[in-house]
Design a protein around this ligand. Structure first.
Ligand code: NAD
Length: 494
């Protein structure tokens, strides 16, 4: 059985006392195992990153930039292989895996502009004969802890800017689909990134705890579920680290009565069931406003019935399996519970029979859902779409704003004024107007509000430059030594 190693200081390391199984979700078979780092191995990797820091932060911006151009080219050339790895361990269909890689590459493209991003400011003659300039310097060793659902894109969200800013990195991918992180680190090495600058440590809670307890790790970027995000934020902040911890979501898509219902139904299908709903920006609640609900639910149901579910390697499949058997069973439990709670199960994903041991479930559409039902309150993270019916726009906004999460939100309407008002008053970090999955392009930053993000800065884009650097301000004067005097007063500008 293939063993997926760490990648530390430019070397593959397979020594381990503990391993975790890695499944092919389409077959249900365990095809690989991954090493799980001990505390001592994490400390070795941190030492490698710390050792590489002085050299990397002194590497010219021009040389760093050249590496990003090369790695972008290498990932482009090897995209098919990387997508195949994603599909074999995550289950998503190949076209979706390629889409994930393309969105991740935006962050490498952003990193090629690092010499522009790292420019400071300068003001001449702020006081007589005094000039001031600012610069941004790396924070040091940065740890990136990533979830299973985007095993290539989320690491690329983080490591592009972290490395560009002159930090060295410890990447701890999800143990459920760990190969792509090693593949990406190998491509960085091939592109000329020095050993120790980007290290991959495989592991679980033990590895994360060792990262959080290390004095040497100065900043943590985390993406995962809300309870873990919250605890990592608290523990890292307590130890004086800089931390951004992105959590879960329950993304609402508000459909106003004037919307094109056919377009809205297409969008709901794509955003709810793409990647089997295992996206932090998936739409999991449609809020139908006014009299359109019956027609909209029927339009979504009609499309949902004809979706093709199967192995991600089959080009005809539109949706693949879930990540694990346990997760599939948990999702099925939510659908079972919805009817008991008084909702109407329009499409029941459990009815789909698959003559395979893979972790498949069909798509579910649940109508007449209300807050207080588990199917509404919890992040399900599967192909389950709830419909909440409300009478007015104001009720739709109040419902959405009352939700504990505030990651993405969308409005479907032909009314520009309504869309503008929605944008103004909705409490979420990313808003789509007739765009169901408003993941910002790489030149902007990604992040939610409320329980979807713990910390101050959003991820990738301009916010990432602030997160991965420390500001320094230098005040300079070159006075004539002959005019030097003693003055114990606090320096004033003049
Ligand atoms: P998860 O929280 O289980 O795991 C995330 C990471 O934390 C993994 O690397 C895992 O090994 C580690 N981890 C797990 N349990 C831990 C513990 N007890 N202590 C320390 N570390 C631990 O999340 P997941 O199931 O891999 O990913 C799905 C979740 O991620 C969903 O909630 C989804 O909404 C969220 N997500 C959010 C975003 C976003 O941008 N807000 C993006 C993608 C995924």
């Amino acid at each position: 059985m293939q063993t997926i190693p760490h990648f530390i200081n430019g070397e593959h390391v397979s020594d381990a006392e503990r391993f975790a199984p890695v499944y092919n979700p389409a077959t249900g078979a365990q095809e690989k195992q991954v090493v799980l780092a001990s505390t001592a191995q994490v400390e070795d990797a941190i030492a490698a990153a710390a050792g590489a820091l002085p050299g990397w932060r002194a590497t010219s911006l021009a040389k760093r930039t050249a590496i990003f151009f090369r790695v972008r080219q290498l990932i482009e050339e090897r995209k098919g292989e990387l997508a195949a790895i994603l599909t074999s361990e995550h289950g998503k269909v190949l076209s979706d895996a390629e889409g994930e890689i393309n969105r991740g590459l935006e962050n490498i493209e952003f990193a090629t502009g690092l010499s522009h991003m790292l420019k400071g400011e300068r003001a001449e003659q702020v006081s007589s004969g005094v000039d001031v300039h600012s610069s941004r310097q790396p924070v040091g060793v940065v740890a990136c802890i990533t979830p299973f659902n985007f095993p290539a894109m989320v690491p690329l969200w983080m490591i592009g800017s972290a490395l560009a800013c002159g930090n060295t990195v410890l990447l701890k991918p999800s143990e459920k689909d760990p190969s792509s992180a090693v593949f990406i680190a190998e491509l960085f090495a091939e592109a000329g990134l020095p050993s120790g600058v980007l290290n991959v440590v495989q592991g679980d809670k033990e590895a994360v705890d060792a990262i959080l307890d290390s004095q040497e790790v100065k900043a943590i970027s985390f993406v995962g579920s809300t309870p873990i995000a919250q605890s990592i934020y608290a523990r890292a902040a307590e130890r004086g680290k800089r931390v951004q911890a992105l959590g879960g979501a329950k993304n609402h898509m508000v459909v106003l009565p004037d919307a094109d219902l056919s377009m809205a139904a297409d969008a709901a299908i794509n955003a709810a069931y793409g990647s089997a709903g295992e996206r932090c920006m998936a739409v999991s609640v449609v809020v139908a406003v006014g009299s359109i609900a019956d027609e909209l639910v029927e339009a979504i149901a009609e499309r949902g019935r004809s979706l093709v579910i199967g192995a991600g390697t089959d080009a005809t499949s539109q949706m693949g399996p879930l990540i694990t058997r346990e997760h599939r069973d948990k999702v099925a439990g939510y659908v079972a519970g919805a009817a008991n709670e008084g909702a109407t199960v329009v499409l029941d994903g459990r009815e789909h029979a698959f003559d395979s041991d893979g972790f498949f479930i069909g798509v579910s559409l649940i109508d007449h859902v209300k807050p207080g039902m588990r199917v509404y309150d919890d992040e399900i993270f599967g192909p389950v779409l709830s419909v909440v019916r409300v009478d007015t726009y104001d009720e739709a906004v109040a419902l959405t704003n009352a939700n504990e999460f505030g990651n993405g939100v969308a409005i479907f309407t032909r009314d520009g004024g309504a869309a503008r008002q929605f944008e103004f008053e909705i409490e979420a970090g990313m808003v789509g107007v007739n765009v169901p999955i408003p993941v910002p392009v790489g030149s902007f930053s990604f992040g939610g509000w409320k329980n979807s993000l713990f910390g101050d800065t959003h991820m990738y884009g301009p916010d990432s430059i602030r997160f991965y650097t420390r500001g320094k301000v230098v005040t300079t004067r070159w006075p004539d030594p002959a005019q030097s005097t003693i003055d114990l007063g606090f320096p004033q500008v003049d």
